[in-house]
Design a protein around this ligand. Structure first.
Ligand SMILES: NC(=O)c1ccc[n+]([C@@H]2O[C@H](COP(=O)([O-])OP(=O)(O)OC[C@H]3O[C@@H](n4cnc5c(N)ncnc54)[C@H](OP(=O)(O)O)[C@@H]3O)[C@@H](O)[C@H]2O)c1
Length: 288
């Protein structure tokens, strides 16, 4: 059986380092400290070695797309994917920091939301069946959400918010913050909280996307199987009637398009979405 592997972003110090320490003691597989700075990462590994623990190291700067792609290629090549991904890397300006609000908004969202999203984009396809993805959010996301306008709260709480819509909303916050118009736009005065709202909601869209993609793949497979059977059976007996092949070739693809986009998000998932984060194949967890 192949060696299991756990990857923790931003784990040269703080909560990330503590998570690596705990995983080294409890997880049956390789555990990776990742850090944007090789020196700081290797120091963290030495610290853990001095405690008798044996983590491994790989460089990963989540703000650098090449670094993300290199790391993803490394884990795919060496382990065939990842079993645990913990999106921990994050930044926060101190309350006393005098950097203009617009700059703080842009810098904070770049790392906490947009870069975390990039990691998910490149690592999610690598997460193995039964794997776990954890996004480290913050309780401030909940208090920040309460301070958003009712319209924004409605969108963030909705079951059918898509990744594209979320990205557009996060970008809107940055743009309005840079113009000093975020309060009129319905946003709180807290970039960190908004970034973590994005991290939390992205997890929900992730669960939804994950299920919709699976459903679409399933329906596509079904349509291929049915049309193959139909084309094998198509003989004179089928040609005279409204043929099975017409049904099999056209209806499943139409269903494959319509169900995930319209029927599920609007009528089914809002009622039965409780099961979403509990997939047997992959687990999505948000903490903080
Ligand atoms: N501490 C809290 O009370 C608290 C509460 C709720 C949630 N959180 C969340 O928990 C996570 C960890 O927080 P923490 O308190 O442990 O913070 P921390 O001690 O400041 O550690 C943050 C880690 O993220 C890394 N990092 C920052 N930008 C990065 C990038 N572009 N690429 C890769 N790594 C990067 C840092 O690396 P460098 O050393 O190179 O800067 C550091 O290793 C964050 O997501 C934070 O928002 C913290």
């Amino acid at each position: 059986m192949s060696t299991k592997v756990a990857v923790v972003t931003g784990s040269n110090k703080g909560i990330g380092l503590a998570v690596v320490r705990a995983l080294c003691k409890q997880f049956n597989g390789d555990v990776y400290v990742t850090s944007r700075d090789v020196g700081r990462g290797e120091e963290a590994v030495k610290t853990l070695n001095s405690e008798g623990l044996k983590p491994k190291f790989h460089q990963l700067d989540i703000n650098d797309l090449n670094s993300i792609k290199n790391a993803a290629a490394y884990f795919k090549g060496k382990y065939g994917g990842v079993d645990i991904l913990i999106n921990n890397a994050g930044i926060a300006f101190k309350a006393s920091d005098t950097t203009p609000f617009g700059v703080q908004a842009e810098v904070t969202l770049r790392t906490n939301f947009f870069a975390t999203r990039d990691v998910l984009t490149h690592f999610l396809p690598l997460v193995k069946a039964g794997g776990h993805v954890v996004n480290v959010s913050s309780m401030l996301s909940a208090s920040g959400l309460k301070q958003c306008s009712p319209e924004l709260q409605q969108r963030f709480r909705s079951e059918d918010i898509t990744e594209d819509e979320l990205v557009a909303l996060m970008q809107r916050f940055v743009d309005e913050a840079k113009k000093g118009e975020h309060k009129q736009g319905g946003w709180p005065d807290m970039s960190y909280a908004v970034s973590k709202i994005g991290v939390t909601v992205r997890l929900n869209t992730l669960s939804l996307d994950f299920y919709l993609t699976r459903l679409q793949n399933m329906l596509k497979k079904m349509s291929t199987v049915v049309s193959t059977v139909a084309s094998q059976q198509e003989g004179p007996e089928f040609n005279s009637t409204f043929s099975l092949s017409v049904w099999s070739l056209h209806v499943p693809p139409v269903l494959a398009w319509v169900l995930p986009r319209w029927v599920l998000p609007r009528w089914v998932l809002p009622r039965y979405s409780g099961f979403l984060p509990q997939s047997k194949d992959m687990h999505f967890v948000g903490i903080g």
